[in-house]
Design a protein around this ligand. Structure first.
Ligand code: AHR
Length: 346
């Protein structure tokens, strides 16, 4: 009986107990849901706030080409769209201005520094200062030479060696069967990694074909006006040596577009009397390709902003980032379907 009672009692207690448990569970779940909902809201608003409060210092080389202007715009747009504050500095083609800009970003204590190193050497001191201040640095577009690879977090770049190789491959195809091909080269900014890459990549392929010779090379500093001057020097040099120029390899579109007048002044019709291959793929060069004034354009992709901003966000969030990221690029030879080329936007 007791047992039964006990049982009843137990049962009663159990009933009471289970309803209590249900009630407590309901209470607990409600409280839990409210708290976690609040927490989630706080977390995501904290994340948003953190993201919105990211400050990036961006030191650009200048505005030497249509490519560069597009590259700057890509970065500004990506930062704006991500709600990231971008402190932008234009170095007007001077390394000392970039170093000053980097120092001002350090003094301002930005979260991340992004910069396009105009040349490869001479960055160690200022990058060490950034490292000591705990500010990660991302290289955009160009590489640096340093004794300490820990001075920067990552590089987002175009592949300049490959661009040089692609330019040479086009010429090798174009002049197939020819016994002798004389090439002149208009280089971009000496000392920059992109020129080194385009110079070496081109030679890597050309050196496998003894019928090809790079007979002269001049710098045009990636500028249209200097491209014109460089072309004049190249023509004079070749005339002196009695060399006929068969092909021109220009490290960017602006320089060769600037050299058209010089070529015509010397009775050389671009794209016909002399084969031209150029790098960047800005709209003006694509138009010239369609008109037969340039024979092949190698794309250098300036649209790196979104990728850089994604990497910036990962860095700030404490995530690992890739050491080197190359953007995708293509080649536009004269024999391809040129009507399919989308407007370039630069
Ligand atoms: O570093 C990329 C090069 O710099 C582009 O090919 C050129 O146009 C620019 O100014």
């Amino acid at each position: 009986m007791d047992l039964y009672k006990f049982n009843i009692h137990r049962q009663k207690r159990q009933v009471i107990h289970s309803s209590q448990v249900k009630f407590l569970m309901f209470l607990f779940l409600s409280v839990f849901m409210i708290v976690s909902c609040k927490e989630n809201k706080t977390k995501s608003s904290e994340q948003n706030e953190k993201q919105n409060s990211i400050i990036v210092g961006f030191s650009q080389i200048g505005a030497e080409s249509a490519w560069r202007t597009c590259n700057t715009e890509s970065m500004k747009k990506a930062a704006r769209e991500a709600g990231i504050q971008l402190l932008y500095e234009n170095a007007e083609q001077k390394q000392e201005n970039q170093i000053k800009a980097l120092r001002s970003f350090i003094a301002y204590q930005v979260d991340v520094i992004v910069f396009v190193p105009i040349v490869q050497k001479g960055w160690d001191n200022v990058l060490r200062e950034a490292k000591e201040a705990g500010i990660p640095v991302i290289l955009s577009d160009r590489k640096i030479q340093t004794s300490d690879e820990t001075l920067y977090a990552g590089l987002i770049s175009t592949n300049s060696e490959q661009q040089g190789r692609n330019a040479a491959k086009y010429l090798v195809e174009k002049f197939e069967g020819r016994k002798k091909v004389n090439i002149v080269e208009i280089r971009g900014t000496d000392g920059s990694s992109v020129v080194e890459g385009r110079y070496n990549g081109f030679r890597e392929i050309i050196s496998q074909h003894p019928e090809f010779e790079i007979v002269a090379s001049e710098t045009g500093d990636f500028l249209r006006s200097k491209g014109k001057e460089a072309m004049q020097l190249l023509i004079e040099e070749c005339k002196e040596k009695n060399i006929k120029i068969d092909a021109i390899y220009s490290h960017n579109d602006g320089m060769i577009l600037g050299a058209f007048d010089t070529l015509r002044k010397h009775n050389m019709e671009p794209g016909k009397d002399v084969v031209i291959v150029s790098i960047d793929a800005e709209q003006a060069a694509i138009d010239a390709l369609k008109e037969g004034l340039i024979n092949c354009v190698i794309e250098c992709n300036p649209d790196t902003g979104a990728l850089i901003i994604e990497i910036v966000k990962n860095l700030v969030a404490g995530n690992q980032i890739p050491r080197v990221t190359y953007v995708s690029e293509t080649v536009f030879p004269d024999y391809s379907d040129l009507s399919k080329i989308e407007p370039r936007g630069y």
